[in-house]
Design a protein around this ligand. Structure first.
Ligand SMILES: [Zn+2]
Length: 159
């Protein structure tokens, strides 16, 4: 990340939004609704920057100063295991999380590791090589574009 400015998605209200309300999520998956989990869910859901567990931890700690990194990390993995978060694959560094579990594509800056979602229907319609579909069931497709973000293209890093 270039700056510490949070990359927020719009806050959805508890009932209507893109993501299920925390209570609904817990009920659906038999999770205990702890304040820590609620805070992690809230932060993740409000993040458009594919944060790492460390980043979520720093944000949650502002509200819950006593929360431990381990709790935050385990909570994120729990959300991932019930399908409430996606793990961004293909990074050698920290595991990154995405609140959007629907199929979409990504743009990755190879320098600062900024990740943005890409929605482009032609990518969804990419054909799968027929020889693969004979014995392999394709459940999803993801295009990952790699390059330099506008800030990294400008040369020397600022701030
Ligand atoms: Zn960059």
């Amino acid at each position: 990340m270039h700056a510490d400015e949070p990359h927020r998605r719009g806050e959805e209200d508890e009932d209507g939004g893109v993501y299920p309300a925390f209570s609904t999520l817990c009920e659906r998956h038999g999770l205990r609704a702890t304040p820590q989990r609620a805070a992690v869910y809230r932060e993740l859901r409000g993040s458009a920057d594919h944060p790492s567990a460390e980043t979520i931890f720093r944000r949650v700690r502002r509200r819950l100063p006593n929360v431990s990194f381990d709790t935050v990390n385990r909570t994120l993995l729990t959300f991932a295991s019930v399908g409430a978060a996606a793990v961004v694959e293909g990074f050698g560094d920290s595991r990154r999380f995405d609140p959007d579990t629907h199929n979409h594509h990504r743009l990755v800056c190879v320098k600062c590791r900024a990740i943005r979602d890409v929605r482009y229907p032609p990518y969804d319609d990419l054909p799968v090589p027929p020889e693969l579909t004979r014995d392999f069931e394709v459940l999803g497709k993801r295009v990952v574009l790699q390059g330099l973000c506008p800030l990294c293209r400008q040369g020397p890093q600022r701030g």
